[in-house]
Ligand binder design. Structure first.
Ligand SMILES: Nc1ncnc2c1ncn2[C@@H]1O[C@H](COP(=O)(O)OP(=O)(O)OP(=O)(O)O)[C@@H](O)[C@H]1O
Ligand SMILES: [Mg+2]
Length: 620
């Protein structure tokens, strides 16, 4: 069993021209609190996102508890609790519902009791029923910590966990972290509040422009700094200044009357060397003051831009880090970690299946509360009613209607409305999740792109299946009101419309995954709808016109070809083909139509997966 909770080797990540993290070798031992420091933009968050499997490294390897993160990402992510710089919360979810969602994802035993416990730990019990988004920034930060603690993971990765907290909150979080560390948790945290890091961290690493320039205990870091010494002499002279300047441990000497300000370098206690040199040069020391350096001094010295170019990367390698001072008292660690190990034996497939189910359920519950399905259903049924009236009028006037069942047209209208709304919902929900950051938080848990896409897809298809019986009953009611005949292809149409729904939902997911924002997803969706309608309409109009000469025929042929090409990938064309083929008993035609629909669904889901991988779950 590896004694390292986190080990990275050669980790690098570039965003365009910015090299955010470069060749990072990080080693965090089990049971220690490791402070990850760096100026703004140094690469801390990027590193943490790579440790959480959210940002993919360009190069390098990550091992958590000795296991390769790339090899078993979901099981390993279950062993990590993460808090990000900002909390991204779902709209309309209470504090308890938020935690329950993650408890289900993490497969927490007895979630109600555990949620009560963690709310108690972070002091949020009184706000259990509050909408999470309405909590103040500091309280949201505490809610994030509660989420990270929910599944009692052996490793906490905390990106600025105390930013936004009041002094009492900072103290509470400090106590929680120390308590969790005493229980055996390894804590990897970044913070700009150096006094807090100084209080709780066993070791610190300093990142400068993506490179780890220092890694060791606080004493190590301080020891590497220059220290300022002030000497009060009976009488200062040039010999004394020269003697001091010649010492290897002295970097600089400045005289101010009988006072000398001496800067020593390399750490350590140089008082004896200094007083010896002064004595040999004939000086007499009457007072000596040394000023030690704080973590802030160390940080400023290491992270200041002037030092960044000169700081050797080898610093981290040639300095053996001292033993973690509290590692020895890590006794409960094995208990806490072993509980998680037991759960984490689940395979990636089982974690994925679980996440898919939880995400699908969340999609269903979110839409249950939303007015969108009811409004869509209302519009669909009004459209179907209007269509059935005009069809009924056509029938009574002795006209011809499409298909054997006159109700086929109203059904088609209802399906068109419902599926278009579902395409819109799926496209905007994926884009919104990325834009609002909830996707990033979701991916802290044992969730991957496949689970996310299939979960959303399954949830939305189930929503459609739930709406289908209402549509079928409404059509039967319309049939009795208008005396239109109910043909066998009506039921078939209702059943096959599920393929059209799945097709449009998959299209929406792919669009949402590929687009950078909700706005662009909506714009592309509207553009696709317009182009499709325009091509379809133009082809129909041109076909109905009397045959003209040369150019007009070419235009009509072009639109006809474009319309046929669109039909090959249109969910509504597939639905129509399948129903018409079934009506005339053409089994091959029916199978081809269904297979074409399935192929499109599979292709679009694959595009959604690739799109999400390409764009990433990281809030952009
Ligand atoms: N999604 C992104 N696209 C482009 N550049 C990015 C992206 N995320 C981070 N960067 C860049 O990568 C570098 C490292 O950023 P990162 O957020 O990791 O720094 P940080 O140390 O966490 O900073 P801070 O202390 O301000 O949180 C910065 O130059 C940043 O501008
Ligand atoms: Mg950051």
């Amino acid at each position: 069993m590896s004694d390292l909770a986190i080990a990275t080797e050669g980790l690098s990540r570039r965003y365009g021209r910015v090299l955010a993290v470069e060749d990072l070798r990080l080693q965090v031992r089990r049971g220690e609190i490791y402070g990850f420091l760096g100026a703004n933009g140094a690469g801390k968050t990027t590193t943490m996102l790579m440790l959480l499997g959210i940002v993919a490294p360009d190069r390098g390897a990550i091992r958590l508890f000795g296991r390769d993160l790339a090899g078993e990402p979901l099981a390993l992510k279950r062993q990590v609790g993460a808090v990000s710089e900002n909390q991204y919360l779902y709209p309309g979810m209470t504090t308890v519902e938020y935690l329950r969602f993650f408890a289900d994802l993490y497969h927490v035993y007895d979630p109600r009791r555990r949620i009560g416990q963690v709310l108690d730990v972070v002091g949020l019990s009184a706000r259990a029923g509050a909408e999470a988004r309405t909590l103040s920034r500091g309280l949201q930060q505490k809610l994030g910590l509660a989420r990270a603690l929910l599944h009692d993971p052996p490793l906490l990765v905390l990106d600025e966990p105390i930013s936004g907290l009041d002094p009492l909150g900072v103290r509470e979080v400090r106590q929680i972290l120390l308590h969790e560390n005493a229980r055996g948790k390894t804590i990897f945290l970044s913070s700009h509040v150096l006094s807090e890091i100084e209080r709780i961290a066993h070791r610190v690493g300093v990142l400068v422009d993506g490179r780890l320039v220092a890694d060791g205990t606080l004493a190590d870091l301080r020891g590497r700094l220059e220290a300022m010494m002030t000497l009060e002499l009976e009488r200062a002279n040039d010999d004394v200044v020269a003697a001091l300047a010649a010492l290897p441990c002295v970097g600089d000497v400045r005289a101010h009357g009988s006072r000398l300000h001496v800067t020593t370098v390399g750490g350590g206690d140089h008082r004896a060397d200094v007083s010896g040199a002064v004595g040999r040069a004939g000086g007499v020391i009457v007072g000596m003051n040394t000023k030690g350096s704080s973590l802030e001094d160390a940080f400023v010295a290491l992270a200041a831009p002037a030092h960044s170019s000169g700081s050797g990367r080898s610093d981290q390698d040639d300095r053996p880090a001292p033993a973690c001072p509290r590692a020895a008292r890590v006794t409960v660690a094995e208990t806490a970690a072993s509980g998680t190990r037991r759960v984490s034996r689940r395979s990636t497939g089982r974690w994925r299946a679980r996440a898919t189910g939880v995400i699908a359920w969340r999609e269903l519950t979110a839409l249950r509360r939303s007015p969108v399905p009811a409004v869509a259903l209302g519009v669909a049924l009004v459209g179907a009613a209007v269509a059935s009236r005009s069809v009924a009028a056509g029938v009574s006037a002795g006209g011809v209607v499409a298909g054997p069942s006159p109700l086929y047209v109203p059904l088609f209208i209802a399906v068109l409305v419902l599926t278009a709304v579902l395409a819109f919902v799926s496209a905007t929900s994926v884009a919104r999740e990325r834009e609002s950051g909830t996707l990033e938080t979701l991916f802290y848990g044992p969730v991957d792109v496949t689970a996310f896409v299939t979960g959303k897809f399954a949830g939305l298809v189930v929503v459609y299946l739930a709406l289908c019986p209402v549509v079928a009953l409404a059509l039967l009611a319309l049939a009795s009101l208008t005396s239109l005949r109910v043909g066998p292809d009506l039921l078939l149409g209702v059943l096959l419309s599920t393929f059209a729904a799945a097709h449009t939902i998959a299209f929406g997911l792919a669009l949402g995954a590929l687009c950078a924002s909700v706005r662009s997803a909506v714009m592309v969706l509207v553009a696709v709808a317009w182009v499709t309608l325009a091509v379809h309409g133009a082809a129909a109009i041109l076909a109905a016109l009397p045959a003209g000469g040369g150019a007009a025929t070419a235009v009509a042929a072009t639109f006809d070809s474009a319309n046929r090409a669109l039909s090959l990938v249109s969910p509504y064309a597939h639905l129509d083909w399948a129903v018409q083929a079934a009506r005339i008993g053409d089994l091959i035609g029916f199978a081809v139509a269904v297979l074409a629909s399935l192929a499109c669904i599979a292709g679009l889901l694959a595009a959604a997966l690739l799109g999400l991988r390409w764009r990433g779950a990281h809030r952009s």
